[in-house]
Design a protein around this ligand. Structure first.
Ligand SMILES: [Zn+2]
Length: 439
């Protein structure tokens, strides 16, 4: 009996591996398609009546608008996921190996050739995505009154976004491909350290250098809103480098609030669209929810999780790198890994998403747990009723459906469905903590 568990596994054939990937691609597509169909039926079935808990706060018109918006988006998702299935299959089974042959003239600069493969792949998938994002912005969002983007902003964003990702990702890829060749069998550990360093650098640069490429950030004026927010920050002993208002209305009427940066350089950013619609107490309650994510260590947990997941990913690449089936299954020469290790990384990152799609509902459940915890925190340090009022306004204004299909929601939604979320808040105790002093 061999003692090593891995070496006792029968060798995987390229055909078997290709079949596993085809099966995963189809299972992913059909399971999500079935869930989407359930969602469409559910939302349509509940379109004509506002659910009881919201009956006195959301008008039938608004409820129906949310249903129609959800159904319109679902139609786009239908087409997008079918195209996605076809594109993934074409890229994996023949497309990528053809692109690789196309880069043959770069054979003398192997790292450059691998980087060129990533660039070509990104350009192709990027171009395929444009019609969907164009249709979503200028037809779906436009029809429901959310779109504020002009055609020129849309195209400028696309160019800026592409140049920025090329400037960030291609040099990182080149460095990793070099490490795969130069740093021996532990390359994946060095690559991981580089990747973590890159992530931290990105976090540090994002608020001051990257976000301003797309939006304007104005420090929040002193006034009642600012006083109310500073009251909450003082009560919760939260150190922040500033409160900013972002011109989210430049692109969309959807509202939001978020944190950015880390350590003492944390910034709190409110969309102007959110500030316009919520009262001061409601803004404080929304911020208290965001602070809850921080205070309950969700952000740290997420960073640690990402770090461990990327380590596991790179270790897995190191393991599959010498396996001939990885290459033969997709039309590459069986020894590609020895001459072009970068191809192993590219192939594996294309194969992994369909193989791991079943993790989506687990990730969603974990995220919803955090949302409940952040809501409980907000109820403790601000006001439960203000948060309920704010969420109700946001559901209504963003046309979020109140009646998603439960299974669809369990699979996809990072936030609990409206009714469950409000019920959870209402169960957090009737005794109201002291509300904020400002009006
Ligand atoms: Zn949250």
């Amino acid at each position: 009996m061999p003692t090593d568990a891995l070496s006792s596994l029968p060798a995987l054939s390229a055909t078997t591996f290709a079949n596993v990937v085809i099966f995963a691609l189809l299972a992913h597509y059909f399971i999500e398609r079935w869930l989407l169909q359930r969602h469409i039926r559910h939302v349509a079935a509940y379109r004509d009546e506002v659910p009881a808990p919201f009956a006195d706060r959301i008008a039938l018109d608004d409820h129906q608008r949310a249903a129609d918006y959800t159904l319109a988006k679902a139609q786009v998702i239908k087409v997008e996921s079918a195209v996605g299935l076809i594109v993934s299959a074409l890229i994996l089974f023949g497309g990528l190996s053809r692109l690789w042959q196309f880069t043959e003239p770069l054979a003398d600069v192997p790292i450059g050739r691998e980087v060129a493969l990533i660039a070509l792949l990104s350009v192709i998938t990027g171009i395929i995505g444009i019609p969907f994002s164009y249709y979503n912005t200028f037809y779906v969002e436009e029809k429901f009154g959310f779109n504020k983007t002009t055609k020129s902003t849309f195209w400028i964003d696309l160019v800026k976004g592409s140049v920025l990702s090329a400037a960030l990702i291609l040099p990182l890829a080149a460095l990793v491909f070099w490490l795969m060749r130069a740093s021996g069998s532990l390359w994946w550990l060095y690559a991981w350290l580089v990747f973590i360093g890159f992530q931290l650098l990105l976090l540090a640069l994002y608020p001051a250098f990257i976000a301003p490429l797309f939006n304007k950030f104005t420090p929040l004026d002193s006034g009642e809103t600012r006083t109310a927010i500073e009251g909450l920050l003082a009560r919760t002993q939260f150190a922040s480098k500033g409160l900013f208002v972002m011109d989210g209305s430049k692109r969309s009427a959807h509202g939001n609030a978020y944190f950015t940066g880390f350590g003492k350089a944390k910034r709190i950013v409110f969309f102007d669209t959110l500030m316009e619609r919520l009262s001061n107490n409601e803004i404080v309650a929304v911020l208290a929810h965001e602070l809850g994510h921080f205070k309950r260590k969700h952000i740290v947990k997420r960073i640690i999780f990402m770090a461990l997941a990327s380590l596991a990913f790179l270790a897995a690449v190191a393991w599959v790198l010498p396996q001939p089936w990885l290459y033969s299954a997709f039309g590459f020469a069986a020894d590609t890994g020895t001459t072009s290790p970068g191809v192993a990384l590219i192939l594996f990152s294309l194969v992994l998403p369909p193989l791991l799609f079943w993790l989506a509902p687990i990730a969603s459940a974990y995220s919803r747990k955090h949302e409940f915890e952040a809501d409980s925190y907000a109820a403790e340090v601000s006001s439960r009723d203000d948060l309920i009022a704010a969420l109700t306004k946001l559901y209504k204004d963003n046309a979020n459906t109140l009646t998603p299909d439960p299974l669809y929601s369990a699979y996809h939604h990072s936030h609990p469905p409206a009714m469950i979320r409000i019920a959870h808040l209402q169960s957090t105790g009737a005794a109201q903590p002291q509300s904020v002093p400002a009006a």
